[in-house]
Design a protein around this ligand. Structure first.
Ligand code: ADP
Ligand code: MG
Length: 396
């Protein structure tokens, strides 16, 4: 395939040689490469060069790369792609992983159309095995979609499913919730609670429901073209029936999918495994979904990569927050000790003028005192946060 970035032949970390371009996702370019230590084939994902030209923009993506490295390192499962190494070389961030020979589910559906129901059940249960395993380790994928599921189509492992791309959990914590324009993920698959910053393992159950709908029908349940439109559909609209587009689907499984796509996470099956097992049952049994237990369960909270159990950030980065407070304190003390200096004088006199005004204000309007104090405190906290932010941006 094309290698528009001319990376072929490059060696990363003195170990991995890039041989040919395979595919690209939202964040990376994936190459077929060689591990020079043992001459074995590997797949190497590079952080997309479009981010390198904008260092500030790149920071969260680099973190996602680190996240993916740490998460994959802690996951060993037959249905999860194995990672060999993660690193940066000459400004190129990379993840080296096992090379998979086959096709991703998105391309497969575009090539062959909807997946036959029994095969769909098989794929579903393999993905569910991988996700249940990850959820038990408190890792939530958060970007389950067809392009992140790989189907091996050759060799001994023919028909094995591998879950790819564990790079997103971190993004959700750092950028979601307030600024919608920065939501990263795939809005066609995102569970409604994720927008409220309440993602959990049940959000993966939901995305797996969307994916199952897509496998069965070749269409997504909600397919708007704008983020807000999609967000509104996932939050409020009733999903269409999968059976209407895939008439051979049993009523049982049709109802099961509607339940998996419930807006309230606690109404969904409590694990991806439970969903897959019921779907398998629905292949042979039909009728309404009466036996299904929808026990209300508390969502499993997400553990982000900052969590020390996953390794976390190392060295100075771990202490950035604390460090920035000290810098702020040092700044305040500096002003005090050098109050005679001609550089500091103008700053102080500026404060002084305002303080005197405030003092007068306090004397004449005592009831406002508390409000002003609060305002002052809020200003101070705001200033500290601003410092913290500046520090983070500068050091990263
Ligand atoms: N280990 C691999 N072996 C072969 N192809 C892969 C491998 N990893 C990823 N790919 C291909 O590259 C695409 C993008 O990979 P992905 O990890 O999802 O990157 P991104 O984070 O950019 O979305 C996948 O959809 C898949 O087709
Ligand atoms: Mg991907």
């Amino acid at each position: 395939m094309r290698d528009v970035y001319n990376f072929n032949g490059r060696v990363l970390g003195r170990r991995f040689r890039l041989d040919s371009f395979i595919d690209e996702g939202g964040m990376g370019l994936v190459y077929l490469g060689t591990d020079l230590r043992n001459e074995k084939k590997v797949a190497i994902k590079l952080l997309h060069p479009r981010f390198s030209s904008k260092p500030l923009k790149m920071a969260p993506y680099l973190r996602a790369f680190e996240t993916e490295g740490k998460v994959l390192e802690s996951l060993r499962h037959d249905n999860i792609v194995r990672m060999y190494d993660v690193g940066t070389d000459d400004g190129l961030a990379y993840i080296a992983m096992e090379y998979l020979d086959g096709i991703n589910l998105e391309d497969r559906i575009h090539r062959d159309g909807p997946i036959p129901i029994p095969e769909c059940s098989n794929i579903l249960s393999q993905i569910a095995n991988a996700l249940d395993y990850a959820h038990k380790r408190k890792i939530v994928h958060l970007d389950i979609k067809a392009a992140n599921i790989f189907l091996i189509e050759s060799g001994e492992e023919y028909n094995r499913v591998k879950v790819l791309d564990f790079g997103l959990a971190r993004f959700v914590q750092s950028t979601m919730g307030t600024t919608l324009s920065r939501v990263i993920g795939t809005p066609q698959y995102i569970a409604p609670e994720v927008y409220k910053n309440q993602a959990s393992s049940l959000s993966d159950v939901y995305s797996l429901g969307v994916l199952t709908f897509f496998m069965l029908t070749g269409n997504l349940p909600f397919s708007g073209s704008h983020l807000l439109e999609l967000m509104a559909s996932h939050t409020h609209a009733r999903p269409p029936s999968a059976r209407q587009r895939c008439p051979t689907l049993s009523q049982f499984n049709d109802e099961l999918i509607s339940l998996v796509l419930a807006k309230d996470p606690t109404e969904r099956p409590k694990s991806t495994g439970s969903f897959a097992r019921h779907f398998e049952k629905g292949l042979t049994e039909d009728g309404p979904l009466i036996e299904f237990e929808t026990k209300r369960v508390l969502p499993l909270p997400i553990v982000y990569v900052d969590d020390p159990r996953l390794g976390g950030r190392t060295g100075i980065r771990n202490h950035l927050g604390t460090l920035s407070y000290f810098v702020f304190l040092a700044f305040a003390f500096g002003l005090y000790f050098y109050r005679e200096s001609s550089y500091v004088q103008p700053i102080l006199s500026y404060f002084q003028v305002h303080l005197t005004n405030l003092q007068q204000y306090f004397t004449y309007m005592p009831p406002q005192y508390l409000g002003l104090m609060l305002l002052g405190c809020a200003g101070l906290v705001g200033l500290i946060l601003l410092f913290r932010l500046l520090f983070r941006i500068l050091i990263r």
